[in-house]
Write a protein that binds this ligand. Structure first.
Ligand code: C5P
Length: 228
């Protein structure tokens, strides 16, 4: 299916997060994840193609900035949180980043050493702040708040729980770690859920899925009273 975006998002501000976050353990090591950032970058490009002003907050990835998109590079979940809050207000928020749920309680000032004959290493991790939930609860809440649920199993149940618990308008579930797309792949399948609705997008290249998702989001945004 080919989707033309026209100027479906003209006059809107779209805020997108993409990529992983890196949580530093010491000056040379970090905790990260396998997010490539491709889905979020494709969404930023598609929103721009639809005429929106687009702010992209990107974790550590090696991807070119889509034309016409304002990009802010961050490393940690804490920095991503700050950059997102600074970029509000927006009409549409898409949290496509794979934000770390935990970060080291302390960052060692020097490289952590193994002790000769010593045991393993126990790391103390603390919860990060949930950017998506904070955006959804923000006084200047975007009209549409969209999250991702990257899961390795029970996709529908986990996605619907996220929709409810984080007070989202839509959630895009995708299975990761399998053969049919996900984090490191160029292709993706999204199961998009909202209150009373569901649509499957793909399997298709992430750029195609992104265009279809942006078309869906533009239509839902236009249907919100006072947001046409
Ligand atoms: O709870 P979980 O991490 O599985 O939720 C994934 C969704 O929440 C994604 O949209 C991700 O961008 C967002 N998230 C966030 N801040 C966190 C953790 C997740 O915005 N600290």
């Amino acid at each position: 299916m080919s989707t033309s975006l026209g100027s479906a998002l003209a006059g809107r501000h779209v805020l997108v997060t993409a990529g992983p976050t890196y949580e530093d353990l010491d000056p040379v090591r970090f905790l990260g994840n396998r997010s490539s950032g491709r889905m979020g970058f494709a969404l930023a490009a598609a929103a721009r193609a639809a005429g929106a002003r687009v702010t992209l907050v990107a974790g550590p990835v090696v991807l070119p900035t889509p034309a016409g998109v304002e990009r802010h590079d961050v490393r940690s979940a804490a920095r991503m949180h700050r950059a997102v809050m600074d970029a509000l207000p927006a009409d549409l928020y898409i949290g496509a980043a794979a934000v770390a749920d935990f970060t080291p309680a302390t960052v060692a000032g020097h490289k952590i050493k193994k002790r000769p004959g010593g045991d393993g290493l126990v790391l103390e991790l603390v919860r990060t702040r949930d950017i998506l939930a904070d955006v959804a609860a923000h006084p200047r809440r975007p009209a549409l708040v969209v999250g991702f649920a990257a899961e390795t199993r029970e996709l529908q149940a986990n996605a619907l729980a996220k929709l409810r618990d984080k007070r989202l308008d839509l959630v895009c579930g995708n299975l990761v770690g399998g053969a049919d797309g996900g984090f490191e792949s160029a292709d993706n399948t999204l199961e998009v859920y909202w209150a009373g609705g569901h649509r499957r997008l793909g399997p298709a290249p992430k750029t195609t899925v992104a265009t279809e998702l942006v078309a869906l989001l533009a239509a839902r945004l236009a249907a919100i009273p006072g947001h046409d």
